[in-house]
Design a protein around this ligand. Structure first.
Ligand code: ATP
Length: 252
C-alpha cells in the first residue's frame, strides 16, 4: 500500500509526495484514506444543501455505505472532528475536509489540447466553484487557435512557455494525443508546473515533486463492462441450473 508522508495542512506547501493533515510530519496516512476524502466531502456538501447541520457517524455511514468505525478511523487521522453524543457538525467537517483537500485555495489551470475532452472540461463550470480556475488553453490546430470557450481564448502552443511562467500556472490539464504528452509534460514541469491532470492514455511519471493524476476514462468503462458481463454470466448460469432442475423433475 502506498503511504504518504504528511505535514500540517495549515502549512503553505506540502512536502514530498505528501498530502495534508493536522499532525506531526512523521505520521503517515494511507492513500486509501485520502481517496475516500473527496467522497466524504461530496456527501457532506449534499447534506449542507439540504440544511442538515448535524449527523451521527451511524447516519453518515448508512448514507455512504461505509461502516461507522471506518468513518471514525478515517477522520481520526485528521484529528477526529466528532463529539461524543453529538455526532459530526456537518458544516465544520465539510470545511475541514475541504482544507485537507486543499480546496480553500485557488489554482490557476491551463488546458493543453482543446479537442473533444479538452473542450468538455473547459465547459464544465463546477471546477471553478471548487477553486480550480482555467486561465488559458493551448493547441496546435490553427482552426482552434483564436476560438474562445467560456470567454477563454485558445492560444498557439508557441505562447505556452511565456504564459506558464508569467502566470505561475499550478496545474495543467493534458488532453493531447498520447504520442505528444510526454514532451509537453516535460516542458511544463521545466517551466514550473507541479500538478498534471493527465487524460491521455499514457501513465506519466516524474520526480516526487511533481504531482500527477493519470485519468483513464476507458479503464473505468472497461470495469463497468466487466461487471455487466459478470452479472449476465451469473444470470445465465442460474437460468440454466433452473431449467436443468425442471427438466430433471419432469423426466422422472
Ligand atoms: P479528444 O481526444 O479530446 O477527443 P480529438 O480526438 O479531437 O480530441 P486528439 O488527436 O486526441 O483529437 O487531440 C486532442 C487535441 O490536442 C486536438 O485539439 C489537437 O489539435 C491537440 N494537439 C495535438 N497535438 C498537440 C500538441 N503537440 N500540442 C498541443 N495540442 C495538440
Amino acid at each position: 500500500m502506498t503511504i504518504f508522508s504528511l505535514k500540517c495542512y495549515t502549512c503553505d506547501r506540502i512536502s514530498g509526495e505528501g498530502i495534508v493533515g493536522e499532525m506531526s510530519e512523521d505520521k503517515k496516512i494511507s492513500i486509501a484514506v485520502i481517496k475516500r476524502l473527496p467522497r466524504y466531502y461530496r456527501y457532506l456538501g449534499e447534506l449542507l444543501e439540504k440544511d442538515i447541520l448535524r449527523i451521527s457517524s451511524r447516519e453518515l455511514s448508512e448514507k455512504m455505505s461505509v461502516t461507522a468505525s471506518q468513518i471514525r478511523q478515517d477522520l481520526n487521522n485528521f484529528g477526529g472532528f466528532g463529539q461524543q453524543g453529538y455526532g459530526y457538525n456537518v458544516e465544520y467537517l465539510y470545511h475541514e475536509i475541504g482544507k485537507i483537500l486543499g480546496l480553500d485555495k485557488t489554482y490557476k489551470i491551463i488546458i493543453v489540447g482543446v479537442g473533444n475532452i479538452g473542450q468538455a472540461l473547459a465547459n464544465y463550470t463546477n471546477f471553478e466553484k471548487r477553486g480550480f480556475v482555467i486561465v488559458g488553453m493551448f493547441d496546435i490546430n490553427p482552426r482552434l487557435i483564436g476560438m474562445t470557450v467560456r470567454g477563454i481564448e485558445v492560444r498557439d502552443l508557441d505562447e505556452m512557455e511565456q504564459f506558464v511562467k508569467k502566470f505561475e500556472i499550478d496545474i495543467a490539464i493534458l488532453t493531447v494525443p498520447k504520442t505528444k504528452v510526454v514532451n509537453i509534460a516535460q516542458d511544463l514541469v521545466n517551466w514550473g508546473v507541479s500538478g498534471l491532470w493527465n487524460f491521455s492514455s499514457v501513465d506519466l511519471k516524474f520526480s516526487k515533486d511533481i504531482v500527477i493524476e493519470n485519468v483513464h476514462l476507458s479503464d473505468s468503462l472497461m470495469t463497468l463492462s466487466y461487471k455487466l458481463n459478470e452479472k449476465k454470466q451469473i444470470k445465465n448460469y442460474k437460468d440454466e441450473k433452473r431449467s436443468t432442475a425442471m427438466r430433471n423433475h419432469y423426466n422422472k
